[in-house]
Ligand binder design. Structure first.
Ligand SMILES: NC(=O)C1=CN([C@@H]2O[C@H](COP(=O)(O)OP(=O)(O)OC[C@H]3O[C@@H](n4cnc5c(N)ncnc54)[C@H](OP(=O)(O)O)[C@@H]3O)[C@@H](O)[C@H]2O)[C@@H](O)CC1
Ligand SMILES: Nc1ncnc2c1ncn2[C@@H]1O[C@H](COP(=O)(O)OP(=O)(O)O)[C@@H](O)[C@H]1O
Ligand SMILES: [K+]
Length: 461
């Protein structure tokens, strides 16, 4: 699995301090950052007349380096500063810029706008006048570029502290930061370039990358590839979507029990037996419960049976409502950690209101429940009880369609049955789901995502 790390502002600062302690001055890091950004801007926007907006901190320092490098390339560059440089490195970078510096307030729009006002050091909303001038300059530009982060977004949780223009390109340094992937900030980034600047560090948070899945080999048989049981509920369609999704996402065998299936159900899906006999099968790798399930005494009893079994559970939709009635402790002590796939409504029903970023919330929910939590949405976060977390690289808004969550539950179960641990399986399912949606394209319905899962799977082998 190729995963890009995501650092918090504090982790970024720690990496910077470690690099400085190891002998690389901050001026060198700034020079690398500015040069890398200038290179990316040159490639992206070419020789458009540029306006670089420089703030008072090191983000502004990067801006002065960018201005100098682009000018040396022969570009027509103007600089406007919001206040004087406050850090020694920014001061030095500003000193090395030989051209004139206008005040931010007096800056005139130019076709290429480069926003180096604030990066990871932003602590409060921009003043109204500053935000309005930034918006006006962005409005009149043809191409908008943000250095590290668009000014006005909170690094940690992706909140917009003041109005933020939508950029065409964002160049960040060393690693992604949470705001590059969390909404609402993520939609303001445009294309994202991560430039290496020679700092290293560790993080328990990463972008969910393409999983490495196993194509069947000569020694495989259907059960070895993964056997999924979908314990159906009251509405056949939802359980069928989950069952077919599991099959198309690579499970060798899928059994759907507990519903009267429709004629559309693929004949490859097994339907014989009862849930009790179905559960009593050592070959079973994962059980999906919840899609199409209405809460009631019967489904509650089934949840009790499932929790008493030693199976790896993927609990979605109706199962989450049942769980909410029992409280999150209901999952403690399971032999295999369960995977929960709540949408925002189900999440608050299960866990109440938790403060912090979406990553903080998912981590807290995972720690509290002992389950892997897939906090769904346009910026799906997967968190494990031990604090590891992943953020989706983004998914098609066309997934906002009935049944797409059922498809996700099936895809996750396939990865779980194939032998992935709960955290890895949840991430693999999220990746396959968003990739399948991309393949299915605009206008998709959940059935199309199911079909496209096979192609998404093939890309991972
Ligand atoms: N880490 C690294 O390895 C590297 C980091 N690099 C770069 O450094 C950037 C981080 O730099 P940074 O820490 O100096 O913060 P930055 O974003 O410039 O802003 C801080 C300044 O803004 C001010 N200020 C804040 N909010 C404000 C507001 N609303 N309205 C007005 N003022 C406000 C704040 O004032 P204060 O809050 O202290 O009063 C302070 O003066 C990072 O994003 C990257 O681009 C690269 O050079 C390569 C190496
Ligand atoms: N606006 C959006 N952009 C991207 N992905 C979305 C959006 N809205 C929903 N999704 C994704 O679609 C799926 C919807 O799940 P869910 O709400 O459970 O749907 P359903 O109950 O209809 O099956 C989730 O995987 C979620 O991440
Ligand atoms: K910026």
């Amino acid at each position: 699995m190729s995963e890009r790390p995501i650092w918090s502002a504090a982790e970024m600062r720690a990496a910077e301090e470690a690099a400085i302690a190891a002998g690389t001055p901050v001026e060198t890091l700034m020079d690398r950052a500015g040069r890398a950004a200038a290179e990316a801007i040159w490639r992206f926007a070419g020789p458009l007349p540029a306006l670089v907006l420089c703030g008072p901190g090191n983000n502004g320092g990067d801006g002065y380096v960018i201005a100098r490098v682009l000018k040396a390339r022969g570009m027509d560059v103007a600089v406007a500063a919001l206040g004087d440089p406050k850090t020694p490195a920014a001061h030095a970078a500003a000193g090395a810029w030989a051209g004139p510096v206008a005040t931010f307030e007096s800056a005139e729009p130019r076709p290429l706008l480069i926003d180096a006002l604030f990066g990871t050091g932003l602590r409060r909303s921009l003043d109204d006048g500053v935000a309005a001038q930034l918006a006006a300059l962005a409005e009149d530009a043809a191409v908008r570029v943000a250095v590290d982060l668009p000014s006005g977004v909170a690094t940690h949780d992706g909140a917009l502290l003041s109005p933020v223009p939508v950029n065409d390109l964002t160049i960040t340094f060393a690693t992604l930061k949470p705001a590059h992937r969390l909404q609402p900030a993520a939609r303001h980034m445009g294309r994202i370039v991560v430039a290496a600047i020679g700092v290293a560090g560790e993080s328990a948070l990463a972008e969910i990358g393409r999983p490495l899945l196993r194509a069947p080999g000569p020694d495989d048989h259907k059960y070895k590839r993964g056997f999924v049981l979908v314990a159906g509920g009251d509405l056949a369609g939802a359980a069928e979507l989950a069952a077919e999704a599991a099959l198309r996402a690579g499970a060798g065998a899928v059994r759907l029990l507990g519903v009267s299936p429709s004629a559309a159900l693929p004949r490859a899906i097994m339907q014989s037996g009862t849930i009790e006999t179905g559960l009593d099968d050592d070959r079973l790798g994962a059980v999906v419960f919840g899609p199409g399930t209405l809460p009631g005494p019967e489904s509650d009893l089934l949840l009790t049976q499932l929790l008493a079994s030693d199976k790896a559970l993927v609990l979605d939709a109706g199962a989450l409502v049942l769980l909410a009635n029992r409280g999150p402790d209901a999952l403690r002590g399971l032999p295999e950690p369960a995977i929960l796939t709540p949408h925002p409504g189900e999440f608050s029903r299960l866990f109440g209101e938790i403060g912090g970023s979406k990553v903080d919330r998912a981590r807290a929910a995972a720690a509290r429940s002992g389950a892997v939590v897939v906090d769904k949405g346009p910026d799906t976060v997967v968190a494990a009880p031990d604090g590891r977390a992943g953020i989706s690289a983004g998914s098609s808004p066309w997934l906002a369609t009935a049944g797409s969550g059922d498809v996700l539950a099936g895809a996750i179960a396939a990865a779980r049955a194939a032998g992935f641990d709960a955290f890895a399986a949840a991430k693999a399912g999220v990746w396959l789901h968003q990739r399948a949606a991309e393949i299915a394209g605009p206008g998709l319905i959940a059935d199309d995502v199911v079909e496209a899962l096979a192609l998404a799977f093939a890309e991972c082998t």
